[in-house]
Design a protein around this ligand. Structure first.
Ligand code: GLY
Length: 406
């Protein structure tokens, strides 16, 4: 075989092996999401009119209708349902869905002038208003995002170098200063605001937070602590503990997922190669120990594996992050991450994880807070949010568009 033929054979083999994980029919999956969104809206409407301040949060295993929570500063999941509506509008271009998205989003406008309750402002405002502004460029939305970024910055402590996650836990748990891994997701709000009329300080806070977390909140094997407790006098780490994981030294699946997503954003926003190197380390330790279908148990050290509950939300978050991350890499590593994300989406698209006709959510089998026996093996709104986000990212990638929809 001459070199050219050998080269072509290898190229074909390489190309075929990339495809062999299966090509997702993103449109079909997004059509499914649209049907489920319609079912949820019908359910919320009931016999009268929708209360736009009530946001779907979960459907427990034994139930078939959404438990809704009032959009308050304490309810960290309130931005996901408006975000889902914006993503569905992006896919369908339906004026009716846009109108619903606008109404649910505006129920969170109070956050633009409310002092910080805790760090969850990125989740609350960037999933809702962030997508609203990305798709409409309405300046009213932009102002809410900018104000909220300034509010989040009030939780930054320059001695520690991170954002305080839970002010309430300082007294409750005697955690003098806590930063949880989930907080990595809130940095996107700060990065965005600093680029869009907010101050440079917001960018500096995000970088400081990411750097300190990278230094203190991971073990030598790149698995993460859910919570880092810091000394406010010295700024030093006191200890790493868990809140929603199995043990202080275990890898809580969604915590690691937040980290993978968050450091992908840090690389996107800073182009600092240290984040690109780091995110591959924390991704690889996660991918290396996954069950075959790519959907993790709720904690990598959960006691009753292989019968432990899964966390489909972690799979959706990681799938979405890896689709973006694959675009910052080349060759084998880019293919590995895209294939891994594809595998995760294939599993989530299957009847093993889809709610289908049984419930109006997109997905089953997420775990919210196992230690408190809360939302175990349930449909949870943030799983649906990152699932539809990942499907849109997958579709854009395959259509040769910018993965983020900009
Ligand atoms: N941010 C809380 C959680 O991931 O459950």
């Amino acid at each position: 075989m001459n070199k050219l033929v050998l080269g072509l054979t290898l190229l074909c083999f390489y190309g075929c092996s990339q495809r062999s994980v299966g090509i997702i029919d993103a449109d079909k999956a997004l059509d499914y999401c649209t049907v489920q969104v319609g079912r949820t809206l019908n359910e919320l409407k009931g016999d009268s009119v929708i209360d736009y301040t009530m946001m779907p949060r979960n459907i427990m295993d034994s139930l078939t209708t959404w438990e809704c929570h009032k959009a308050t500063k304490e309810e960290w999941t309130s931005g996901f349902w408006p975000g889902i509506l914006w993503y569905d509008y992006e896919y369908t271009h339906s004026a009716a869905i846009k109108s619903e998205a606008e109404k649910f989003t505006s129920s969170l406008s109070f956050l633009a002038h409310t002092p910080a309750y805790d760090h969850d402002l990125g989740f609350l405002v960037f999933c809702s208003y962030g997508n609203a502004y990305r798709l409409t460029k309405n300046p009213v939305y932009k102002q809410v995002i900018l104000n909220t970024a300034d509010t989040l910055a009030t939780l930054f402590n320059p001695v520690v170098g991170t954002i305080l996650s839970w002010p309430r836990e300082v007294k409750l748990h005697n955690w003098p200063y806590n930063t949880i891994m989930d907080n990595m997701i809130n940095l996107e709000l700060l990065f965005w605001a600093s680029k869009n009329g907010g101050s440079q300080r917001l960018y500096d806070i995000a970088v400081s937070h990411a750097d300190k977390t990278m230094k203190c909140q991971f073990r030598p094997d790149y698995t993460s602590y859910h919570v880092a407790i810091y000394d406010t006098i010295t700024g030093n780490l006191i200890k790493g503990v868990t809140h929603q994981g199995y043990a202080d030294n275990s890898m809580w699946s969604r915590g690691q997922a937040w980290a993978i997503y968050g450091y992908t954003v840090c690389y996107r926003e800073t182009h600092d190669p240290k984040y690109l190197v780091f995110v591959q380390k924390i991704t690889d330790v996660y991918l290396n120990d996954l069950p075959k279908d790519g959907v993790p148990y709720w904690d990598f050290s959960a006691p009753d594996i292989p019968n432990a509950p899964r966390d489909a939300s972690a799979a959706a978050i990681v799938a979405s992050a890896l689709l973006e991350l694959s675009t910052y890499l080349e060759g084998e590593k880019a293919a590995q991450y895209k294939n891994a994300a594809t595998k995760m989406l294939e599993s989530l698209n299957s009847s093993a994880y889809r709610s289908g006709k049984s419930k109006p959510s997109f997905l089953l089998h997420s775990t919210g807070h196992w230690p408190e026996h809360s939302e175990v093996d349930a449909s949870i709104i943030y799983a649906d949010y990152y699932y539809i986000e990942a499907l849109l990212r997958y579709k854009r990638l395959n259509d040769g568009e910018n993965v983020l929809g900009h």
